[in-house]
Design a protein around this ligand. Structure first.
Ligand SMILES: Nc1ncnc2c1ncn2[C@@H]1O[C@H](COP(=O)(O)OP(=O)(O)OP(=O)(O)O)[C@@H](O)[C@H]1O
Length: 233
């Protein structure tokens, strides 16, 4: 279980996380929504152990983010982190050397599913192809927790839904948990169990997608719009 407890993170005078608390249980897919600058990436980076909170606490299966959780968590950043001159095969070899849970079979299936070439050079690939390469590298680990920061950015709308579906049906191991930030509400809706809506570093809405929709007789998009409107009043 991932527990974020009253997390505060300030950059200069800007509060990116403002007393943010939530818990994510095992084996579910959680969509994290919010406007630009809401604090979504900061929350994922803090869970991944890439930045330190000013206040508050995070535990992943009872452990603080850091070396102890490296094997538990895989993080797909929203930026390109690989050397541009690298071939996809170089990046795959690097991941295999670093992580004991690298799954060669899964990597081969994903290569085929995305229609990627191992010899393709990162900097020569289109934005969408780079997004697929990054997804392959993140999903080929058997880590228990997958943190995906805007995985569909750059991927065309025709492929997004298909990829979201495949992640759940074909490439997600039993008991794996996914936290995914995205602005593509409609494309990911069917893959999600739970949602969170973050605004100015605060959690404004959290719950099970279908339960929220039934209780309030609203689409997911309208639920998020309502949460956003409420924050502006
Ligand atoms: N390294 C940094 N230095 C300074 N400010 C930062 C840094 N990282 C994030 N911020 C600020 O913290 C706030 C939250 O940023 P964050 O990237 O977490 O938002 P986000 O919800 O992921 O936004 P988006 O949807 O645009 O990706 C923003 O005001 C951003 O400018």
């Amino acid at each position: 279980m991932i527990i974020m407890d009253r997390a505060v993170k300030t950059f200069d005078k800007q509060k990116a996380l403002d007393d943010l608390s939530f818990a994510v249980k095992e084996g579910c897919i959680v969509g994290i929504f919010g406007t630009n600058g809401a604090g979504k990436s900061t929350a994922l980076k803090a869970i991944a152990g890439l930045l330190r909170l000013d206040r508050g606490d995070i535990t992943i299966d009872g452990k603080r983010p850091g070396l102890a959780t490296r094997g538990l968590v895989t993080y797909l950043p929203d930026t390109d982190v690989w050397y541009p001159w690298m071939k996809l095969s170089d990046a795959m070899r690097y991941m295999k050397d670093i992580y004991w849970d690298w799954d060669e079979g899964k990597a081969a299936s994903l290569l085929d599913f995305f229609g990627l070439q191992k010899q393709a050079v990162m900097q020569d690939a289109s934005k969408g192809t780079r997004a697929k390469m990054k997804l392959l590298l993140a999903l080929s680990r058997q880590a228990k927790y997958l943190l995906l920061d805007e995985p569909f950015a750059g991927i065309d709308p025709f492929a997004r839904e298909q990829i979201a579906q495949a992640i759940v049906e074909d490439f997600m191991d039993e008991g794996q948990t996914i936290l995914v930030t995205t602005h593509e509400v409609l494309e990911v809706e069917t893959m999600l169990d739970d949602i969170m809506f973050i605004h100015e570093g605060k959690l404004l809405l959290q719950g099970h997608v279908e339960t929220l929709k039934q209780e309030r007789h609203m689409s997911l998009m309208d639920l998020l719009k309502e949460a956003h409107e409420g924050a502006r009043i």
